[in-house]
Every structure is written in structure tokens, then in C-alpha cells.
Design a protein around this ligand. Sequence first.
Ligand code: ZN
Length: 95
Amino acid sequence: MSEIFLGASPEHIKKERAKARELRKSQWWKRKLNERVCYYCEQRFAPSELTMDHKVPLARGGFSTKANLVPSCKVCNTQKKHDLATEFQPTEESE
Ligand SMILES: [Zn+2]
């Protein structure tokens, strides 16, 4: 089985990143931040500690839609990136 989708085009990522930047300025996103809850660990944070995260990463063909964007604390965000980085290099040799 090699049906795993590994990467979106750079154009897709660029376009969706721009959309995310716009949404970050929106009232909708400000309301999200004011809920002060990380989507992943469900702990409470100051709005300044939350970052915008794509549930389905852009690199995997995700979109910057309201349904795909969630507030994430820095720890969860880093953790998630780390997991994905591992997934992205399945053939990488360790040590
Ligand atoms: Zn978190």
C-alpha cells in the first residue's frame, strides 16, 4: 500500500498560508483565541500563547478553512510538527 499522500505543491502551500494570515486578523480567530483553550491538550492559555494550527497540515493538502484551523499551545504545536517530521521521512535512517 503506497497511497499515502506525502506532499502538496508549493503553490498550494503558499496560497493557503496567505489565507491563514488573513484569517488570523479576523474576528472569528480573535474569538477563538479568547476561548483560551488549546485544541489538543484542552488546557487554558493566554491568547498570546496560542498559535494557529492546521489540523490537516498544508503540506498534506490541507486548507486554511475555519474547520481546519484550531488554536494550539506551543508545546502541542511543536509536538505535532515533530510527529509529522518523522512521518515525512519514512526512509530516513536513524543513527
Ligand atoms: Zn496544547
